[in-house]
Design a protein around this ligand. Structure first.
Ligand code: HEC
Length: 152
């Protein structure tokens, strides 16, 4: 095979990886109406709860999957809170949009903890994984305390 042909094949391979990656990211569709946003974020938050509940006991591929779920969810959180979408049965407090920087700073700290947790799970580093799960968990409470109405 000529070098040129190999290069072309390699490029085609790289491009298809790029397309697959773009596709995977596109799987998340940001909500457009406040009602949709409430529904989507409550579902995402339920998944956060279910994932975090068992995360500490996991290892191997299950731990990797849990961290990937939380990483994806944290990545999506800002888009799940379009401005003034505290409608219907939402427990989101309007102060979210007044203190957006603080809100997204908490998201970012959870997102980087999930990234660290994912790397630790992939490396089989149980200690670092445990620390990351704790750090993620701290951000749930921190955000709820400031930005979610108390359960009635
Ligand atoms: C940056 C802020 C923020 C972070 C981080 C966050 N939450 Fe939430 N969470 C909220 C807000 C705001 C609501 C209320 C959403 C609504 O009702 O519109 C909520 C709602 C929930 C709910 C109730 C969902 C329902 O059925 O109505 C659960 C469960 C939950 N969160 C779990 C978690 C867990 C577990 C984590 C951490 C892994 C987490 N959340 C991280 C802000 C956050």
């Amino acid at each position: 095979m000529s070098i040129r042909k190999i290069t072309t094949l390699a490029l085609a391979g790289l491009m298809s990886v790029g397309i697959v990656a773009a596709f995977a990211q596109d799987a998340f569709v940001a909500p457009t109406t406040p009602e949709e946003a409430v529904e989507a974020r409550q579902a995402t938050m339920k998944e956060n709860g279910a994932t975090l509940r068992t995360a500490a006991q996991l290892s191997g591929a299950e731990a990797v999957a849990a961290m990937q779920t939380l990483l994806d969810n944290y990545t999506n959180i800002p888009a799940l809170f379009p401005e003034d979408s505290a409608v219907g049965d939402s427990k989101a407090l309007p102060v979210i949009w007044e203190n957006w920087e603080e809100f997204t700073a908490i998201v970012e700290s959870g997102r980087s903890a999930a990234e660290a947790g994912l790397a630790a799970a992939e490396a089989g580093d149980a200690a670092a994984y445990g620390e990351a799960v704790k750090a993620i968990g701290a951000t749930c409470g921190q955000c709820h305390q400031q930005f979610r109405a108390a359960q009635s």
